[in-house]
Design a protein around this ligand. Sequence first.
Ligand code: GTP
Length: 595
Amino acid sequence: MDHLRNFCIIAHIDHGKSTLADRLLQNTGTVTGRDMQEQLLDNMDLERERGITIKSHAIQMKYKHEGKDYTLNLIDTPGHVDFSYEVSRSIAACEGALLIVDASQGIEAQTISNLYLALEHDLEIIPVLNKIDLPGAMPDEVSDQIIDLIGCDAEDIIHASGKTGVGVDDILEAIVKRIPAPKGDPEEPLQAMIFDSVFNSFRGIEVIFRVFNGSIKKGDKVKFVATGKTYEADEIGILGLEQIPMPEIKTGDVGYLISGIKVAKEVKVGDTITHVHRPTQQMIKGFEDVKPMVFAGIYPVDTTEYEELRASMEKLQLNDASLVWEPETSAALGFGFRCGFLGMLHMEIVQERLEREFDMTVITTVPSVQFKAQMSDGSVQNINAPSEMPDPTRVTHIEEPFIRAQIISKSEFVGPIISLCMDKRGTIQNQVYLTSDRVELSFELPLSEIVFDFFDKLKTISRGYASLDYELIGMKVSKMVKLDIMLNGEPVDALSAVVHRDKAYEWGKRLCEKLKELLPRQMFEIAIQASIGTKIIARETVKAMRKNVLAKCYGGDISRKRKLLDKQKKGKKRMRQVGNVEIPQDAFMAVLKLD
Ligand code: GTP
């Protein structure tokens, strides 16, 4: 095992992880110029376009150093908070980590949270100051931040640029010299950890694992401990640029397993693989089910596409086990699905994938978190949608999920950040100066307040400087009420929301105002009302339309007319009729932008 090194790259989003990973692949000759495509590891189109790594990937490189051959397994990790569970599993599969810090940005919230995860698993940290080619790079200042944070020496920090390739060879050398080879006993019963899975429509689900003890051979009967299911290892192998089948994967190494698994749910990241006949007594610690944090309804725009949408969701779920859903009906929107997501970014990605990969046009309703109602009869009821809010007279209290948020920012923005968090019902827990002008603030905040526009607001008030990371800490009693919206007296259930009582009036008022902007004028007047129970708390009116849009295009410019009609038609695609009122998709998301 001396020749093996397992490492990951941890960084705050956009600090250049994927670019640097590509460089490592190039310099080790894993890819040649011709295969080289920018950001090779991000092989989903969507990932490439959004420039973010959604799923973790692993890749093996061969590297020769001082006459010795080494095998380096690079385990790529996603950077966004929505996917932090995957980061922690990837980290658990490694002995070392490259900690990448953008020299023009400095340390950010996820740099720290990911570093802590790595330290919890006792990883050897190799600090890399990246993007030193940038004119705005501040190598000295950021080096000081890194030294303060991890307590290393200035000489330990490698100066690099994924763009020019500077420092990449130093990084490879450091991986071999500083990161320890894996430990583990080849004679022990098999103990391997699943840290990722990939869906392949022909071969089923490919499980990516790291062997801690023992070894796995082709044809072995294996068991996944958490699910209790058993399989035959039809094919195992290592992950190069492509999969390379192998007869055996040994202690310390990383590999893939194919055994005809069709359903993503059977493969749980963090689960332990062992042999059916000589099983390990120990599960790899730290396995937990990933729980959805944000819930929203997804409905087909065209109601006749419900079955097609169901089929698409089923397919999507095959390769995204963190997506959960169940059928739901809405008076306004008809048949659809209540879905659970890891966070807002995950929700956007699901919606986008449904549209791109399955050509489905969908309406997403107001996202919400999971509240719990303590009922007077002693039972507890989960509330995943406003429509599930029980009759208030039967409820003793309602609890909502709270998070602990870490915000790192320049000290000049501390005031506005504290006001923002207080406005979001947060309480400040701690304030630590990392350097003279960088401060780390911790808050306890209701998750429901973060779900909406919190991150955007934080970025705005800190001129882009603040970064955020959070973890769930538990449920707390809150005075939540259900706020309904009516259009011309018809309740639009898809616009209802569960909100804090102290904020309900403001919310109702602003939502009515926003809807007034978003609802297109129609041939008649539209009354927009917000209510709690039977009490109306706000009202706005959309005046009736006077002119038809085509009237503007006098004369014979037919192409312009056609364009306008086309535009209207396109807009219509995303409209929904409720009673006699047409509602555009924007309106269903209006709550997200209530300022
Ligand atoms: P996520 O996967 O979303 O976490 O991002 P990442 O950390 O992988 O960052 P990525 O490699 O996608 O780089 C982010 C941006 O920085 C891209 O626009 C890159 O072109 C740019 N970039 C990356 N490395 C360098 C570098 O060394 N120098 C310069 N000037 N730009 C870089």
